[in-house]
Design a binder for this molecule. Structure first.
Ligand code: G3H
Ligand code: 13P
Ligand code: NA
Ligand code: ZN
Length: 328
């Protein structure tokens, strides 16, 4: 069944678990997520970016998610729009039937330039007014996502600030968060706490507190009724990097956010955990390996099935680790 993000995350908060939010662009990702959800009895957040709408086309995306709900009727599903760049973009997603939208007003409508606080409040307020009237939840964002190690926002072609960021820009201010929530009434708030989008988050194996856990704690204490969202939460599995590189890939050494660190965040109010890169890496590794080992094969279903299996394994592992399993 399709439910709102508010409904799903209220349950997660009450029971102290987190929900991974996976990006979907195609049938294989959708099936991998739904099959993992059924196997572990987990609620699902599927999110579509502007890039996903461009790739699949809005009607295909919408019907793919509706097909998931039809085939897996026992699984609660949130259909969420990731990184909306304006109230108008969010409005179109609401019209398409999304049950939750993100208005990312931390950046200007170009999706690159850090915006003013006033701009962020204004566009988020507009989105909440529209969405709440339709029973749709809203995620806002405050702060600039960036790796506390490298100072980079990550991912050049995706959503993210351009250029180097200062330490303070990369940490959401708890007082500002309280003011933002009071003014906008968002259901969930994406915070900056040391993660960045894409595969290149850390150049060395992350040790200790790679995330600003104290900051997460302080924000949660200030706005306990607002569900915290962690973007850039891929763990960049080293086993998949090795497979990619073994079978012809060339991905330089890089590290993501350890699952145990995300679990620390979940203990302190993080309820939605955005993951895209990990499933991309698993898909690519699965295809490269299959192609190399089966050079005479040319049925796309054969190698795409490998991508489903690879992604499904990661999705199941996150459902188990975040405590999502058993809560559908
Ligand atoms: O936040 C960005 C997500 O990873 C989606 O990426 O815009 O390439 O679809 P995308
Ligand atoms: P990753 O690039 O770490 O998977 O983050 C995805 C994300 O935050 C989507 O909004
Ligand atoms: Na931001
Ligand atoms: Zn994101």
């Amino acid at each position: 069944a399709l439910i709102s993000m508010r409904q799903m995350l209220d349950h997660a908060a009450e029971h102290g678990y987190g929900v991974p939010a996976f990006n979907v662009n195609n049938l294989e990702q959708t099936r991998a997520i739904m099959e993992a959800a059924r196997a572990t009895n987990s609620p699902v957040i599927m999110q579509a970016s502007a890039g996903a709408r461009k790739y699949a086309g809005a009607p295909f995306l919408r019907h793919m998610i509706l097909a998931a709900i039809e085939e897996f009727p026992e699984i609660p599903v949130v259909m969420h729009q990731d990184h909306g760049t304006s109230p108008a973009v969010c409005q179109r997603s609401i019209q398409l039937g999304f049950s939750s939208v993100m208005m990312d007003g931390s950046l200007e409508a170009d999706g690159k330039t850090p915006s003013s606080y006033e701009y962020n409040v204004d566009v988020t307020q507009q989105t909440v007014a529209m969405a709440h009237a339709c029973g749709v939840s809203v995620e806002g964002e405050l702060g600039c996502l960036g790796s506390l190690e490298t100072g980079e926002a990550g991912e050049e072609d995706g959503v993210g600030a351009a250029g180097k960021l200062s330490h303070e820009q990369m940490l959401t201010d708890p007082e500002e968060a309280a003011d933002f929530v009071k003014k906008t009434n968002v259901d969930a708030l994406a915070i900056a706490c040391g993660t960045s989008h894409g595969a290149y988050k850390f150049t060395r194996p992350p040790t200790g507190d790679i995330l600003a856990i104290d900051r997460i704690k302080a924000i949660h204490e200030r706005i306990p009724n607002t569900h915290l969202v962690m973007h850039g939460s891929s763990s960049v599995p080293q086993d998949w990097l090795a497979i990619i590189n073994e079978f012809g890939g060339a991905i330089p050494e890089t590290y993501g956010v350890p699952v145990e660190q995300i679990c620390e965040g979940i203990k302190h109010g993080v309820r939605k955990v955005n993951i895209d890169t990990d499933l991309r890496l698993a898909s690519t590794g699965a295809v490269r390996r299959f192609m190399a080992e089966n050079p005479a094969e040319f049925d796309p279903r054969k190698y795409l099935q490998q991508t489903i299996n690879a992604m499904r394994e990661i999705v199941e592992a996150r459902f188990e680790a975040f405590g999502t399993a058993g809560n559908a």
